[in-house]
Ligand binder design. Sequence first.
Ligand code: ATP
Ligand code: ZN
Length: 283
Amino acid sequence: MKNLKIAIQKSGRLNEKSVQLLKNCGLDFENYKSSLITSVANFPLEILFLRDDDIPGYVEQGIADLGIVGENVIDESEAQVSYVKRLGFGKCTLKLAVPKDSKIEDLKDLNGKAIATSYPVILKNFLDEYQITADIRLISGSVEISPGLGLSDAICDIVSTGGTLKSNGLKPFADVRRSEAILIGRKGLEDNLILTELVQRIESVLLAKETKYVVLNVEKKNLPAITSLLHGVKSPTVVPLAEEGWVAVHTVISEDDFWEKINTLKSAGAQGIVVMPIEKIIL
Ligand code: ATP
Ligand code: ZN
């Protein structure tokens, strides 16, 4: 079978996590920053290192079969590609922001105003949806300084913590689009066996990241209360301790409501709770 090519960001916010995800899938490759392409020794895949903006187009044209890129970049490119899997990293939000003392309070107040952004397509679609006509000014970098320079009344930019906005005297005002890194594929690749195998591996890595392996000790009389709180992958493992009347319970719990669950287990009689990371879960 012909090798597939996957395009990932060469350097930047998504590079390290994309490389790590592929390595966690058991793929053995050299991460040479200087090369454009590298082969995976133990899987029929080649990895292309590109600027993130080029990835959707390369996948659309079939130069790469797959890509890992932010949803914001895919939407902005308007490339026709398939969404294969959300990857849970590179989370950010494209937001509208205005100067702290601005009179713009409502989306409607943006009518006739100038908005600076590097995302004109996404912004235009958003404004159209709310029937707002504004002057979209394309700026490729440092969008956040444009109101201070008198170049715009508002900005539309990627925000993760909000620190950059604050230090430029801006306040967030409305969310335009949430985004995270996503695995995309070229159209028509959906049933490819290499892709199916890769997606399966990615799913087991993501699932493992969301869960923790937990071992706890409990007096036998409290065991029913504990097991009713846990289901593990199938059901918890219970093994006797050397001390009469005590058992150890092994299970997995999700990261979601982690502390809440741990506290409930403690109140139900769990002691000596040990929590460990999981590498993979194969269902
Ligand atoms: P390239 O050189 O590949 O064009 P870039 O400078 O355009 O890189 P990065 O800043 O590395 O892009 O961001 C890549 C992606 O990371 C963004 O498109 C977005 O999906 C995501 N991201 C997550 N958090 C942030 C953030 N705080 N600011 C910008 N992008 C973020
Ligand atoms: Zn870019």
